[in-house]
Design a binder for this molecule. Structure first.
Ligand SMILES: [Zn+2]
Length: 305
């Protein structure tokens, strides 16, 4: 290190603070251009000054980010809750109301090619058909039903519904109309050779086991939550898991009430699961927003203690 370098090092603190004359500043600058060691020294001296503005920026950035996340959560919460309400309303409005059997409900016409056409009355907006095969009597058995929905009553007419049952004329055909109200199915085509009754199409109790499962899960998780209440690592996850059976139970009550039987099990179950998922994410974001809201006041309480 040269003498000049020593001199420069003595001046550098003042130079950094900008407390040197123009000539001195020029002198230092000129030296720094050519001396790598002094340049490094200058950089070293300037560094400690940096964290001071940073210290202010970092919390500000964090607050901005937190605010952004909170706003995003609020938008997400509102959107998903709106989706859930729309889905529940859609489920209720489009739930099929089955028609009981009557002479005017449909006409059964034999086609020239052996097929059978069932033409429903204009008030019927939907139908479904279940096919079975009786090996003993070599008979194809069809059980059909017809319905309309609240939605269809107020929306435009869908026109006449036609249903065609193809036949190769090898098997006998029986068609029953399932009334779906607990009363006996009505034979509308073919001959019932069995002296037995026509049978009753029963609703499926598919929703009950899932509901009981949700209640069991809720009780078990609530008990675990109580026992592990001091272990925050577990309670965070338990709280999240608890929301799922709660969402399922809420979805069941919103879409089907306390009715656990269904004649359209696939449809009802799909809507139920969709509403459950929407409720789950809505409650998840909702609780996170709620916690963020009460967290600052809790912190204040802790400080007081
Ligand atoms: Zn130097």
């Amino acid at each position: 290190m040269s003498n000049r370098c020593n001199l420069i090092r003595d001046i550098l603190p003042l130079y950094v603070e900008g407390m040197v004359s123009t000539d001195t500043r020029e002198f230092v600058r000129e030296h720094l251009k050519h001396c790598e060691e002094c340049r490094a020294e200058l950089e070293h001296m300037q560094k400690p000054a940096d964290p001071i503005p940073d210290a202010d920026i970092v919390p500000l950035k964090r607050i901005k980010k937190e605010l952004f996340v909170k706003r995003l959560q609020t938008v997400f919460f509102t959107a998903i809750l709106a989706c859930a309400i729309v889905t529940v309303a859609f489920g209720i409005l489009t739930s099929p109301e089955f028609f009981p059997y009557s002479d005017h409900l449909f006409r059964v016409i034999d086609g020239a090619d052996g097929s059978i056409t069932i033409t429903f009355d204009h008030k019927v907006t939907g139908y479904s058909c279940v096919k079975e095969f009786d090996n003993e009597t070599q008979t194809e058995i069809y059980r059909i039903n017809a319905w309309t929905t609240t939605w269809d009553l107020y929306s435009s007419n869908r026109g006449k519904q036609n249903m065609i049952i193809p036949s190769d004329r090898e098997n006998k055909i029986q068609i029953f109309y399932a009334q779906n109200d607990g009363s006996e199915d009505v034979l509308i085509y073919g001959i019932n050779e069995n002296t037995e009754e026509n049978g009753v199409t029963l609703p499926r109790l598919i929703l009950m086991p899932y509901f009981l499962l949700a209640i069991a899960a809720l009780i078990i998780l609530a008990m675990m939550r109580f026992l592990l209440k001091n272990k925050s690592a577990f309670t965070i996850w338990l709280d999240r898991m608890l929301l799922f059976p709660i969402s399922y139970i809420a979805a069941q009550l919103c879409t089907k009430g306390i009715c656990f039987t269904t004649y359209s099990s696939q449809r009802d179950f799909c809507i139920l699961i969709l509403v459950t998922i929407l409720f789950y994410f809505a409650t998840l974001t909702g609780t996170s927003l709620y916690k963020a809201k009460i967290a600052p006041s809790q912190k204040k309480d802790e400080k007081k203690r």
